[in-house]
Write a protein that binds this ligand. Structure first.
Ligand code: 13P
Ligand code: SF4
Length: 311
């Protein structure tokens, strides 16, 4: 819901955006009013494609740091702003570049496929990036017999390995939001809403995905719920996606899974760090700016361009 108080702030953002020739890109996990302020709301893949294609002078990235860094890697001549530099990612933090370099030394004949949820230094050590919507396609496109290190998400990696049957060594990282779902809680909610379809993000553990009627990225969950005839869905991902689900399908019901028995939700606190107030300050002052060392940027760019070429 976007309240009245937010309307003045949205007007100010529109004014600043025009004055500065800025485009606002936001992820589906940000709060409702941030999504309402964006020119484009998307999943990680669509956002990186938009960042590569825009001709705006400034990109304001309403999301977490690795996403804003990806925009800067693809558009080095543009000013990329992020409302809060501390908006990190538990999954990206689970893979340090020096540790990945050590793993590459242990498996010298393996190709590195890395989820975009990684630092720019990790991307610089990567052969090809992927997102949750294209991971199966990217891995399948590698030559048969090619051995793969998949980083950093063990759940997505395991899902891709089961889908493709490829020889993959998995990095042992995970997203704390998607790891917090459990099959028991899904069964509990399903018991209350027996007609509902369960849709889940592939960052969830295999035991959770086994409960799902549909597994896909945020963008894929959105299109599945739009086209499926069911009227109720149990949504097993970060609840920020409910804003877009309800906007696209106002006649359908979407239920979330409580993170604990007291009913709290599985929020990504990093995505929720982006607010309209921070966006206004960010546009007014044109800071914080995302800066990347040019040598690292060039190395990282190859892995993202390789992904975009296959997407
Ligand atoms: P997608 O945007 O690829 O669905 O990924 C979700 C996510 O965890 C982003 O941080
Ligand atoms: Fe990272 Fe998980 Fe938040 Fe996505 S939801 S930004 S993977 S911590």
């Amino acid at each position: 819901m976007v309240d009245r108080n937010s309307t003045d702030k949205l007007d100010e953002i529109i004014r600043l955006k025009r004055e500065k020739n800025a485009v606002i890109l936001a992820h589906y996990y940000t709060v409702d009013e941030v999504q309402a302020a964006a020119d484009f709301v998307g999943d990680s893949l669509a956002l990186s494609q938009q960042a590569a294609a825009t001709d705006a002078k400034i990109i304001l990235f309403a999301g977490v740091r690795f996403m804003a860094e990806t925009a800067k890697i693809l558009s080095p001549d543009k000013k990329v702003l992020i409302p809060d530099l501390l908006a990190g990612c538990s999954l990206a933090d689970s893979c340090r570049a020096e540790d990945l370099a050590a793993m590459k030394r242990r498996y010298p004949d393996h190709r590195v496929v890395a989820y975009v949820n990684t630092s720019v230094e990790v991307k610089a050590l990567t052969d090809i990036c992927c997102t949750s919507s294209n991971a199966v396609r990217i891995v399948s496109a590698l030559p048969a017999g090619e051995r793969i290190i998949f980083a950093p998400d063990r759940n997505l990696g395991d899902y891709v390995r089961r889908k493709t049957g490829r020889d993959m060594v998995l990095w042992d990282g995970a997203c704390h939001v998607h790891e917090s779902f459990s099959p028991e809680r899904i069964q509990l909610v399903r018991g209350q809403y027996p007609g509902a379809k369960v849709v889940a993000h592939p960052e969830c553990p295999a035991s959770v995905l086994a409960e799902a009627d549909f597994v896909g990225s945020t963008a894929e969950i959105l299109s599945f719920c739009e086209r499926d005839a069911s009227k109720e869905f149990i949504v097993v991902t970060e609840p920020g996606i409910l804003y877009e689900l309800r906007r696209r399908c106002p006649e359908k019901s979407f239920l979330t899974i409580p993170a604990n028995m007291s009913g709290g939700c599985n929020f990504c606190e990093y995505m929720k760090m982006v607010s309209l107030d921070k966006m206004i300050e960010c546009l007014r002052n044109e800071t914080p700016v995302v800066e990347i060392d040019e040598d690292i940027r060039k190395k990282a760019e190859g892995s993202i361009r390789a992904m975009l070429d296959l997407s």
